[in-house]
Design a protein around this ligand. Sequence first.
Ligand code: XMP
Ligand code: MG
Length: 183
Amino acid sequence: MRAADISDDLTDVLATEEEILAKLDEVAAAVAADYEGKDLVLVGVLKGAIMVMADFSRALPTLVPMDWMAVSSYGAGTKSSGVVQIRKDLDTDLSGKHVLIVEDIIDSGLTLSWLLENFSSRGAASVEVFALFRKPDAAKVEVHCRYVGFDIPNDFVVGYGLDYDERYRNLRDVAVLAPHVYS
Ligand code: XMP
Ligand code: MG
């Protein structure tokens, strides 16, 4: 479904599916060049990163292994608690691997800074981040993010894997959730 189908729930459309897919092609070309000849593994953060992982991994020109981690710091609200809990750990041994974390969005940065520390302690050769969206004005900790899709305003957004209370993940576009939906 598209943003126009549920326009009452949304305000601004920040990125259409077409714009997202074009961006993923750009980032995939950069990643392919940067990691040529390296033992790369993509690690997606469930559940928000499912769509970006699906489309980004297929935009790459080579086969690449992927693994998933489930963490939570949010519950049903719209603000980070800062407390990160592992709900599903990786199946892959990261030692000696070049890890690229694939994230839907960096908000406060708390989840990612925790993940970066956690992965480095597992002996990865390198750990970098690709975040499709980033909210620069929401940062509580600085996180080095090598690849960023779009910088967006500090509003709660949904679509393309991003949810509010498990809804809106299958919206193809990414849009700002209208405040009346959650207040
Ligand atoms: P932090 O604040 O730790 O947030 O950087 C990380 C995770 O929180 C979720 N998140 C959002 N989900 N709309 C959403 O649907 C948003 O605007 C939003 N901001 C943060 C997301 O899962 C992210 O990985
Ligand atoms: Mg997430």
